[in-house]
Write a protein that binds this ligand. Sequence first.
Ligand code: KG4
Ligand code: ZN
Length: 365
Amino acid sequence: MQSPLREGALVLGIESSCDETGVALVRLPAASGDAQRPAVPQLLAHALHSQIDMHRAYGGVVPELASRDHIRRVLPLAQQVLAEAGHDLAALDVIAYTKGPGLAGALLVGAGVACALGAALDKPVLGVHHLEGHLLSPFLSADAPQFPFVALLVSGGHTQLMRVDGVGRYELLGETIDDAAGEAFDKSAKLLGLPYPGGPELARLAEGGDAQAYALPRPLLRAGNLDFSFAGLKTAVFTQVQKLGAALDAPDSRQRRDLAASTQEAIVEVLVRKTLLALEQTGLKRLVVAGGVGANRRLRQTLDAACARRGLRVHYPELHLCTDNGAMIALAAAMRLQARLQQPTRQWSFDVLPRWPLEAIAAPE
Ligand code: KG4
Ligand code: ZN
């Protein structure tokens, strides 16, 4: 049996924490010898099945349906990835899976399949933190970052600013005290009668709308700290929706577009302002934006412009790797192995951690 750390070792990654089943295969590169610029694992193939169409009828993710669909999808996706990469199961060195955070039943599918494969093939397994996957996903882009950097993690369940000094070296700078930015997008979209998932739908409706039309709150904007609060925004959007009444009925009415644009602007302005403050306070010159909301065009435009003015570099994951996928899980596993932060295990009994703060996996200095 080869060491899972050797150059060329193959790591399969399985993501099943929410409403996307993702599987990917990466190959470990030769070590770069430079912890600031780690050699990036090579993505050989990845495949994704989104459950959006299935959950849309219910207006949000139905956990039981999510788990059942992961069960149906995960093995065919794994076969597809291996076939595309020209490898078979026997060639794998490590099988990685998302251990948390996420929906318990959904996580159990990926963990169960990974550990069953590991036991059947006598391969070691490794549980990965979903947010570490998001955080490291820009390393798969053509413009890979180098450490250290500030990370803005904006997903459906999390809004955090982190200082990142290396793989596993994460310091929480600030986070939301209530709703996540993705949740603010999704809940406001629902109030506007848009289908799930609301974020991209609201962004689409906002195009051509007047972002200044409605004055919506920017909580904690001037608090001087790096925390966020988005719960008040959805209440303000609700009040505005009540006021506008029938004016919002036509799907493409000016008022709908204006309210969507004003909501997006309120979220983006707070995210950008706090991110710039984090860069200022840490003195770091590099920013990484990751998680589903990182796909938002207005957020990218505003951050790009603000960072260009200040001589700061911004890195994003490729657009298709912003939302959940298997590539980021295989990547995070491979980078942790390379950094010798974690050993894969042949103990194939498993558990999942539906609630799991990212700081919990930060390596001691
Ligand atoms: O990272 P992600 O795929 O899943 C979690 O780990 O939560 O993020 C999903 C979130 C959802 O709230 C979705 O509405 C939001 O990302 N999102 C967007 C956009 N694309 C996805 N929000 C605003 N604009 C977008 N273009
Ligand atoms: Zn995610």
